[in-house]
Write a protein that binds this ligand. Structure first.
Ligand SMILES: [Zn+2]
Length: 180
């Protein structure tokens, strides 16, 4: 499944079911379910204009305890992680949603927020994270590929490891490692 990296507080607002539009300056034809990845950038969380925009867009919902708790704790929230999922159902250039600013709005439906974020590196635009169920952690984790070199500095093997605990899922040796 594809993932899209989104800055806070937008990523949380989407997964918690408040924000139904993701604004981008590029169009997408993709429709379907995506992972919501939180980028490491925190600039928007510190920007008072962003907070005011969120409060305005939320309207009456801004008074819920959940929002107040989130805004006060926002900077402690997990970054570089997948925090939930949502469906992209349309891509529009106009919308009545208070969250729409353009240029393009990805229309979002059926969000979920995970109880525990999955630590994962992000990329610009859509990307496909490699996730695997770790038997040691007993949860979904990002697969990290670690290259192991021989004494001549040549690639000897690659380990595919759990991004959380380092447990080795699979080792690829010799020639196969070079092709990978
Ligand atoms: Zn693990």
């Amino acid at each position: 499944m594809k993932a899209l990296s989104i800055r806070q507080p937008w990523a949380w607002l989407i997964c918690a079911g408040y924000k139904n539009i993701e604004n981008r300056n590029w169009r997408t034809n993709f429709r379907g379910r995506i992972y919501v990845h939180v980028s490491k950038t925190t600039a928007e969380l510190r920007d008072p204009r962003v907070k005011q925009f969120v409060v305005n867009a939320l309207g009456d919902q801004a008074r819920t305890n959940e929002i107040e708790t989130y805004i006060s704790d926002a900077l402690k929230f997990s970054y570089g992680a997948i925090i939930g999922e949502v469906n992209i159902v349309d891509c529009v250039t106009t919308s009545d949603s208070p969250w729409f600013v353009g240029r393009y709005g990805f229309v979002l439906k059926k969000p979920i927020l995970y109880k525990e974020p999955i630590a994962c590196r992000g990329k610009v635009g859509f990307f496909i994270p490699e996730l695997h169920h770790c038997s040691q952690c007993d949860r979904l984790v990002e697969v990290i590929v670690v290259e192991i070199k021989d004494s001549f500095g040549r690639l000897a093997k690659k380990d595919r490891r759990c991004g959380e605990c380092g447990y080795v899922f699979k080792t690829i040796k010799g020639k196969r490692a070079k092709k990978d």
